[in-house]
Design a protein around this ligand. Structure first.
Ligand SMILES: [Zn+2]
Length: 151
């Protein structure tokens, strides 16, 4: 079976946003939305916005985004000529590898960026996308590139 090869390009601002949010939320998981001008491969992410972690109970190992926040995110995208392309979250003291829980929650199409935060400092960042038809993730390569269109 051949795997799709995906590349995700983050603007430096988005890269910094995700890392800063992960560090600010540590030792709890943070989460947020990723937007770009349009889908493509490579897929460009030019804006990231924080979302509240709505998970009840221990947020050190889980995050959850409320349906109303998804609706708001879709509205934001439409209002700004952007497309909602993914979700980011942090893994405090754990590798940036999608968990079984992440896999169970994942929706097709979205890029799932995970930043590992160790001792309060952002470490490696990786991105995952649901493989078509089967419940599995393919990793997509992250590039940090300057000066994509500012929205
Ligand atoms: Zn996770």
């Amino acid at each position: 079976m051949s795997r799709a090869v995906f590349t995700l390009v983050l603007s430096p601002e988005v890269d910094a946003h995700i890392r800063r949010h992960g560090e600010a939320a540590w030792p709890y998981e943070c989460c947020g939305f990723l937007y770009g001008p349009a889908d493509g491969n490579p897929r460009l992410i030019t804006r990231a916005l924080r979302a509240p972690n709505s998970k009840e109970g221990d947020q050190r190992r889980r995050f959850e985004i409320a349906p109303t926040d998804y609706l708001e995110a879709e509205r934001y995208a439409a209002d700004h000529g952007l497309q909602l392309l993914g979700i980011y979250h942090s893994h405090p003291e754990h590798p940036a590898v999608a968990s079984k829980h992440d896999l169970a929650q994942a929706m097709p199409f979205f890029s799932y960026v995970i930043v590992s935060v160790r001792g309060g400092r952002a470490a490696e960042m990786r991105s995952w996308r649901l493989r078509d038809e089967v419940r599995a993730f393919d990793e997509e390569t992250i590039l940090i590139a300057p000066a994509f269109a500012k929205h």
